[in-house]
Design a protein around this ligand. Structure first.
Ligand code: ADP
Length: 526
């Protein structure tokens, strides 16, 4: 018997409970500190078995499929846990049926199929806010039965364990959700930017890194006006003239448009939508920016405007001429001599041809942009095609010397005859048009082992280097006196490029002012 009040010679009951409380507390601390679910479950089952002086145990958690699945075990041979499934089926989801009435029948079944000597079992539900989230079982291989005290200890332990499991599960869900959101942001085609309340960059995605030329690591912690530096059409830095975010205030969203210019000079037109994120007290926590590349949209808008102006200008001139000559000819009060009638009709015919060509080009350009340009392929001789085209131009090019330069034995090429003739025709007509003082125009080609290279060169004024990249854009015309004086809508080279690329080749220009221009294109050999 323990003696009270005197000298203690062996452990008192209070000490025993104290030690047990300390032990439970230390386990509970260890459990709450662990947020990785598998290792937490391992800790729980290990400690439960140890506390109840058992030899084995397992934890089953309720899955999304409303069934229990073994998630951790202790003291069971590696391949056996699935044999314990009978202990996890037909589990009452509400607490009143515990302990399970047929627990021992189930235990015998499981022990026999697993070939393990399990004699005693205690099973307790893991419940949270009266909802069953799992089951914990501890087994003994000896006969000594689990006592009411054992059950009591396991029960208070199970409550702690359930809280820890819930926390770890929530943490896991949160981490998964975070990874999912990060993946969505990272792979979004739009740029995404997260700013803190002082407008310093906390995160940005790959698309924005591409637009700004800053890597996420370089940008993190930088003020947004360093990285974004939004400029207006005149090149003025909008962030310097007044931070657009000053207008955000309590507004739900703010949209700003401008250009982002990378260090290498690459310019991207963007529309940025900023949305503030406030905490429960209404304090601004972060600002999310969605950066949408509007370059294509702007190009389409510019193209539309250009299209309308070109159409109105280029169509109006021939229509006005045709109408003028036609009305003059049909005046009933006048008698025209044969020469005047002939010349007038000639002008009407020429202007109708011009209209026809223009409409054809516009139709072709719209087909190219819609991706419906079809090529009719056949074997053809490019020297023949070039010669035929040059002959057609000889009459108009009275000031020019037209030369052909093809080696003998030039290989046949698979291509669309009509369209390739159009390429030669556009290049030769430009060579004539843009060298008004005459000179030599050379049309030729060379064959290589897997492709042929064709060229049209002139000795005109040439094209400044900085204008060359845009030459092949639709409706682009170099804004020089010569360009303004010559007829054209800026579609010829665009059509040439689409046709050549449709054949699997490429086209470029070599030119410097005063040195003439050479347009070259390649076509693959089979
Ligand atoms: P267009 O001749 O109808 O204007 P193109 O697309 O054929 O349209 O040519 C685009 C622009 O490229 C022309 O307006 C002209 O400024 C320039 N260009 C084309 N070919 C030459 C050339 N051989 N020499 C000088 N400039 C040229």
């Amino acid at each position: 018997m323990p003696r009270f009040g005197g000298k203690v010679s062996y452990p008192r009951m209070e000490d025993y409970w104290q030690r047990q409380r300390d032990y439970l507390l230390s386990i509970s601390r260890a459990m709450t500190a662990r947020l990785d679910l598998p290792s937490l479950l391992q800790l729980i089952i290990g400690k439960a078995v140890e506390m109840l002086r058992g030899q084995a145990g397992l934890i089953g958690l309720l899955g999304r499929d409303k069934n229990f699945h073994i998630r951790a075990s202790s003291g069971l041979p590696a391949h056996t846990p699935q044999l314990f499934a009978p202990l996890l089926t037909n589990i009452p989801l509400h607490g009143s049926h515990w302990p399970l009435p047929d627990l021992y029948t189930r235990l015998r079944l499981v022990a026999a199929s697993a070939g393990i000597n399990l004699r005693q079992v205690v099973g307790l539900p893991l419940t949270l806010e009266e909802k069953l989230i799992g089951i914990i079982y501890v087994f003994r291989t000896r006969d000594s039965a689990f006592s009411a005290d054992d059950r009591q200890v396991l029960s208070s332990f199970a409550d702690q364990a359930a809280i820890a499991v819930r926390n770890a599960t929530l943490y896991q869900q949160l981490s998964e959700e975070k990874r999912r959101v990060e993946a969505i942001i990272e792979n979004s085609a739009d740029g995404v930017l997260i700013l803190d309340s002082a407008c310093h960059i906390q995160a940005m995605n790959r698309a924005l890194a591409e637009i700004t030329g800053w890597t996420e690591d370089q940008a993190r912690g930088q003020p947004c006006w360093h990285v974004i530096a939004l400029r207006n059409a005149q090149g003025r830095n909008l962030c310097e003239t007044g931070c657009p975010l000053d207008n955000l205030g309590k507004a739900e969203k703010l949209q700003v448009e401008g250009d982002i210019i990378r260090a290498d000079g690459h310019r991207t037109g963007v529309s940025i939508t900023y949305s503030p994120l406030h905490d429960e007290e209404g304090t601004l926590v972060s600002i999310i920016g969605n950066v949408h590349d509007v370059t294509r949209f702007r190009e389409a808008e510019e193209m539309k405007a250009m299209f309308i102006s070109v159409i109105s200008h280029e169509l109006k001139t021939p229509v006005a001429l045709i109408k003028g000559y036609a009305s003059t000819l049909r005046r009933e009060d006048a008698h025209w001599d044969e020469t005047t009638v002939h010349e007038s009709l000639e002008i009407i015919e020429e202007e109708s041809d011009r209209l026809h060509r223009l409409i054809d080009n516009l139709l072709e350009a719209s087909r190219i942009q819609a991706g419906t340009l079809r090529l009719e392929m056949s074997d053809l001789s490019l020297p023949k095609l070039a010669t035929k085209t040059v002959e057609r131009f000889r009459v108009q090019a009275s000031k020019h010397e037209l030369q052909l330069d093809f080696p003998t034995g030039f290989p046949p090429v698979l291509g669309d005859q009509e369209r390739l003739q159009e390429v030669f025709s556009n290049l030769i007509s430009n060579a004539i048009k843009y060298s008004p003082d005459g000179g030599t125009i050379r049309v030729g080609g060379r064959a290589y082992h897997d492709h042929v290279e064709l060229y049209v060169s002139d000795s005109g004024p040439g094209i400044p280097l900085e204008k060359q990249p845009e030459l092949f854009e639709p409706f682009y015309r170099v804004d020089t006196g010569l360009g303004r004086r010559t007829q054209g809508v800026g579609l010829g080279l665009f059509l040439c490029k689409a046709i050549v690329e449709g054949h699997g080749g490429s086209i470029w220009v070599e030119s410097s002012p005063g040195q003439g221009s050479t347009f070259r294109f390649t076509l693959p050999l089979r």
